[in-house]
Design a protein around this ligand. Sequence first.
Ligand SMILES: Cc1cc2nc3c(=O)[nH]c(=O)nc-3n(C[C@H](O)[C@H](O)[C@H](O)COP(=O)(O)OP(=O)(O)OC[C@H]3O[C@@H](n4cnc5c(N)ncnc54)[C@H](O)[C@@H]3O)c2cc1C
Length: 539
Amino acid sequence: MKRWNGWGRDDYHYALPDTAYDYLVNTVGKGVRAPDAALEETLKTVPESRCPDHPLVSIDPEDRLRHARGQSVPDWIAMRFGEFGAFPDGVAHPSTDEDVADLLVYARRTGTRLIPYGGGSSVVGHVNPLMDGPPVVSVDMTGMDSLLDLDRKSWLAAIGAGASGPRVEEQLSENGFRLGHYPQSWEFSTIGGWIATRSSGQQSYYYGRIEDTFAGGHMETLDGPMDIPPFPASAAGPDLRHLVLGSEGRLGIITNAVMRVRPLPQAEKFYGVFFPTWEKGQAALQQAVQAGLPLSTMRLSNPMETETTLQLSGKEKLVSLAHTGLGLIGYGDERCLLIYGVTGTHRDVSRGRRAASSVFSKHSGFMPFELIGKMWEKSRFTSPYLRNTLWDKGYVLDTFETALPWRCVNDYTADVLEKVRSASEDAGVPLLIFAHLSHVYSDGASVYITYLFPKLPTAEENLEHWRKCKAASAEAIVAHSATISHQHGVGVDHAPYLEAEKGEVGMHILRDLCRSMDPDGLLNPGKLIEDTKNQRRHG
Ligand SMILES: Cc1cc2nc3c(=O)[nH]c(=O)nc-3n(C[C@H](O)[C@H](O)[C@H](O)COP(=O)(O)OP(=O)(O)OC[C@H]3O[C@@H](n4cnc5c(N)ncnc54)[C@H](O)[C@@H]3O)c2cc1C
């Protein structure tokens, strides 16, 4: 069963080796280890439901609690301390387009707010009910998860919007196809969520971001059903897919999506390559992407992330090889690890690897290590479980990301690491912070930052500290004219920073669009765009 207060299934534990714990203690000290709030006790805080009856809406307290929060740090603090603050009044479980249309009629008739809910893996507060205001129903889409149609000739698959990553690929692979959208949250996040947040998967360099694979589909709106036909391309005015992409549940509920899929690859391999410095690694990636190297993943860790990844792996032999072996050839503390992947036919894979070796070696890239690539592949969807273990051991972990042109990547990365570290240390809390380039484009890259601090005694202290780090990171992003999000979306946490990149006119257009499609603010209010009233109050 899915955990109610953290990431993943209840029955999977990601062990943290003793050496890795010692590394954390030596780096940032010990955090507070205290028992979490118990489910039974937290259930007692769920208030009576206020929503009018509807046959599809459950008012079961546990169902409501399990849909009250996503996976952001404020969400984790709320769940682990048992201080939720707000709960949906009910949870709807539709299984057809008609069910969803009926729920929209119910919302209009009763004034009940609806929050579309996919896997609940949002890390920016997308699925949380606001603290005040009218009744709220969370609309859980996971009952709509079937492969509805597969056009083998056109490589198009219509899939229910509530299908999680494994459901998508299981149904496609039975038919010899793959979507290839692999966010790290793949185990639980859904097609509808990916589209509504403009998600990006780890192999987007080959399979494309969600906007590249989303060809069309169906959305139920307050004005009625909206079909978007899957044209290969069209010059018929603005593309309505782009209203749906990134709509964060504010414009309607996506019920199915027609996705561009590909035949299953014959072969796929991942490799690790070390570079002596972050600058050399970046130059290699920039050349690789601008030369159009036939790879499927490129992910470059900075020196601190490289070291921390090796330490947390618990593979002592590997760590010692990295320290002594790489040290002998002059790759010291500044070394950086690149993971790259090659996908396609057997020939494509050999060709891709040869082409990669040729470019990477020009920038002093050392060895394609298949063992490191395999380790990364094995843990790519289990590593989020480490967050549970870290919390239990007394550490709070968060991530944030952006994208910006190549010429700005270095300055931004150095600056944001410094700003967030100072914000934390000025408040007397040590911070471990590191970066990687997670997605690369010919004109720039996505910079993904992870940071961790020792857990503080109370919910409010942790929340307050997180707010300081969030403000420092978002302000640095804005100061460097970067986007507030490359893949996580806006939700509530990034909404105050949206205007910096959309501008005043852009914000008017977005507000008018929401107002025209949802004049009464029934759909996921307070997310994406800061509504003037009913803003979420943390804690
Ligand atoms: C451990 C972890 C790793 C992650 N890694 C990545 C990553 O690699 N790449 C990435 O892009 N993101 C990542 N994320 C963020 C998150 O997984 C994505 O934002 C994902 O797209 C959310 O999908 P979901 O189905 O869980 O949506 P939810 O969290 O349930 O909802 C997100 C938003 O989408 C809306 N929505 C959901 N379904 C529908 C629908 N059918 N119709 C209309 N609106 C809908 C909701 O109302 C909400 O506003 C990660 C999150 C976690 C916790």
